[in-house]
Design a protein around this ligand. Structure first.
Ligand SMILES: [Zn+2]
Length: 308
């Protein structure tokens, strides 16, 4: 009996049922979101191990809580998620599909002796962390960043202050939240790898242990800002003729908004998919030990953009 319970398929079903019921009870998801979260969660539990599941669970629960945080206040200012903040299958797959692919990657490369010996499961794990850190940072930064006391600035033109909720708007509070999300995920992975290495099959060497936290913090921070940049450049956007806010919503201040630019079929879901893909790519690169190049590139970019 106990043997059966510890089989990952059985324990996975039990754990998913528990957290699925909890998430539904807390109104984090609607029915379509619940079913897709079940699929994503179970696949990650089965393939990426307990640590991968705990990491995506942190995203899922913190995103749910942050979305609910002062929901009425956000709704009054048209800053809230639609559907009373319940996430649908679009949200769940938009943020879960890329992590799920990398989780399967951890499993498959772990099964093949040659790839496993060459450290591929860790690269896949780096991609996994990169994707989840980016998505967590982006979601938490937008849901909490709107409470920033000072007006946010536009990522494509930092001198310009814009109304809250503007596509591509960034604030110090949001940037801080993004860093915190990355730090939290990195520390979580590190603690698991030290205290329960059996739950973290992808991490096998000391170098990999050392890389975990900086990898997570950097991917969260860079990925989250790339998301804002993509959003500002590509996403379909509408302007509110009442308050002047540029949003992705067709209604603002109780009036219909006017389409002003971006690709019409390019929605927030596409932006999120793109940025979590970039976060994953960055995670793999960092996992491969190319920190020096990234930090060097970042340094020159800051120098170049501050002198122009
Ligand atoms: Zn408005």
């Amino acid at each position: 009996m106990l043997d059966m319970l510890t089989h990952p398929a059985v324990s996975g079903l039990l754990v998913m049922t528990f957290f699925g019921a909890l998430a539904y009870k807390l109104h984090f998801v609607d029915i379509s979101g619940l079913i897709s979260a079940f699929v994503v969660g179970f696949t990650i539990w089965y393939t990426g191990g307990v640590v991968s599941f705990v990491i995506i669970l942190f995203f899922f629960m913190s995103a749910g809580l942050a979305t609910k945080m002062k929901y009425k206040e956000k709704a009054k200012q048209n800053l809230a998620q639609e559907g009373k903040g319940k996430r649908s299958w679009k949200n769940v797959f938009g943020s879960g599909i890329i992590p799920m692919m990398f989780s399967v990657g951890i499993y498959v490369t772990g099964l093949l002796p040659e790839l496993a010996a060459a450290g591929w499961p860790f690269l896949m794990f780096g991609g996994y962390i990169g994707a989840v850190a980016t998505t967590s940072a982006d979601t938490l930064a937008s849901e909490i960043g709107v409470f920033s006391k000072s007006k946010p600035r536009l990522i494509t033109n930092l001198r310009r202050k814009v109304p809250r909720g503007t596509i591509g708007a960034i604030s110090l509070l949001g940037e801080g939240v993004a860093l915190f999300a990355g730090l939290f995920i990195g520390v979580l992975a590190l603690l698991f790898a030290i205290l329960a290495p059996g739950f973290v099959p992808a991490v096998t060497t000391k170098e990999q242990l050392i890389v975990l936290v900086p990898l997570s913090v950097l991917t969260a921070f860079i990925g989250c800002n790339l998301d804002s940049l993509f959003g500002a450049a590509l996403q379909n956007r509408f302007v509110c003729e009442i308050c002047g806010a540029v949003t992705d919503k067709e209604f603002h201040c109780n009036y219909e908004t006017k389409y002003v630019g971006g690709f019409k079929s390019f929605t927030n879901m596409h932006v999120n998919l793109g940025s979590s893909g970039m976060g994953a790519t960055l995670g793999i690169i960092l996992g491969a030990g190319l920190f020096v190049w990234i930090l060097g590139g970042l340094f020159f970019w800051i120098v170049a953009s501050s002198s122009s």
